[in-house]
Design a protein around this ligand. Structure first.
Ligand code: SF4
Length: 426
């Protein structure tokens, strides 16, 4: 999917040091978030209101689950639906009714907007309201995954933003911690154990694994972002009284330590106790990273704007593995959410926000980096030109947060370089 659009960094307050680009973008659309969200929220169904193109994208991004009962589908807008809005709404109600009759285990139904539904101005918030009345046992929400105005990780931001008004009001002003951003279950379980050992609690996660476990929110809520692409969700939480804990993102040994320390400081955890809890997992993470240091140290890396994970990952690759940052591009740079990340980047790094793919390709070709992180559409042409690439989307599909995943994260960057070396020798 490509779109020639001006970016809309409404939430960015970047300085002039950042190269702002406007032009053709090469990114997946927000529907892609369904791939990891449907695994995370285990009693939700994502009904895309879109075209056959949307259905093909989802099937190829998620793999076709022939034997499983999938929890996403596309209500395809046909030509006759385009002719009359009443027909489109009737058709949507019929398809949603079929899905819910067949899947009584579904507790939340997300109607996910697409480019076609936005072009014909199908009002999915009214549809969600209508369907919620017809199916009172199901929570029906809507958000947009349209490629007209989103990059692929914004799908998660819009989905979580849609959940926030549904969160119960916290019954107490006592402090509680909310970790915000979809994490693989194994990572979530590791963090639960660490927070428990630190004596921080109660701890809740957004999104929750089940629709019935929605985390409460209120003035006592302190939230930690686990992902850097959740600007709208963060604003919605703050609208409900929650306060963000400023922290780097939990990538690598140092990033994870700093993320946990920010929570520990907020909850008044004693420094010696903090050290005793994290010493062993931090040592394991550092040892795992050390294994990759020779392969990655001094290697020059170039990030195309794609997942919005670019800046925290670049920080980790530079400070913990010695990689040299050439250009770090991100679709949007939310400066306040990155306040602990940006100062750690070396001054020589070219930051860019938004995308003009042609000019960025020119800069990449001129720099000849050892490794280029980019979308699928750019990877093959760049490989054909002799550049090693890493697909940005893999960084979202793979568990990479926390101490225990630090080695896996480094491996994602080391593998293409190893492959290049093997191909050169053979
Ligand atoms: S939402 Fe838009 S960009 Fe995404 S698959 Fe559908 S038509 Fe393509």
């Amino acid at each position: 999917m490509t779109a020639e659009l001006a970016s809309t960094p409404a939430e960015s307050d970047c300085t002039t040091d950042i190269l702002r680009e406007r032009g053709q973008r090469e990114v997946f659309c927000g529907l892609t978030g369904i791939v990891w969200l449907h695994r995370k929220i285990q009693d939700a169904f994502f009904l895309i209101v879109g075209s056959r193109t949307c259905a093909h994208l989802m099937q190829s991004a998620a793999g076709v689950m022939i034997f499983a009962e999938p929890r996403f589908a596309t209500a395809v807008i046909e030509d006759r639906d385009l002719a009359g809005m009443a027909d489109a709404n009737e058709e949507l109600d019929r398809v949603a009714g079929q899905v819910l009759a067949r899947r009584p285990d579904i507790k939340t139904l997300f109607l996910v907007g697409s480019c076609p539904s936005e072009v014909i101005k199908l009002d999915l918030s009214r549809a969600a309201e209508r369907l919620g009345k017809t199916h009172p046992h199901v929570r029906v929400l809507n958000y947009s995954g349209s490629g007209i105005e989103t990059t692929f990780t914004e799908g998660e931001d819009f989905c979580l933003e849609a959940i926030v008004p549904e969160l119960p009001e916290s019954s107490t002003d006592n402090r509680s911690l909310m970790v915000v951003g979809a994490l693989a279950d194994v990572v979530e379980d590791q963090f639960v154990r660490l927070f428990d050992a630190l004596g921080i609690g109660p701890v809740h996660f957004l999104p929750a694994r089940n629709s019935e476990d929605l985390p409460p929110v209120g003035p006592g809520t302190r939230y930690l972002l686990a992902q850097p692409f959740l600007g709208k969700t963060a604003a919605a939480l703050e609208g409900r009284g929650a306060t963000r804990i400023s922290a780097p993102f939990p990538f690598g040994a140092e990033g994870t330590e700093s993320w946990l320390r920010a929570a520990a400081d907020t909850f008044g955890v004693d420094a010696d106790h903090f050290e005793s809890v994290i010493a062993a997992p931090r040592a394991r993470a550092k040892k795992a990273l050390e294994h990759y240091r020779d392969a990655l140290s001094g290697k020059r890396i170039f990030f195309f704007p794609d997942s919005q994970l670019e800046i925290p990952l670049a920080r980790m690759l530079h400070t913990e593995l010695g990689m040299e940052l050439l250009e770090v591009g991100s679709p949007y740079i939310h400066r306040s959410h990155l306040d602990c990340e940006l100062p750690q980047l070396p001054a020589s790094t070219q930051l860019s926000e938004g995308q003009h793919v042609d000019t960025q390709l020119d800069r990449c070709r001129a720099a000849r980096p050892d490794l280029t992180v980019c979308g699928l559409g750019l990877a093959n042409p760049l490989e054909a030109e002799g550049l090693s690439t890493k697909w940005a989307i893999e960084l979202v599909f793979t568990p990479i947060h926390g101490f225990e995943q630090a080695g896996d994260l480094a491996e994602l960057f080391a593998r293409p370089l190893r492959r290049r070396d093997v191909l050169r020798v053979s």
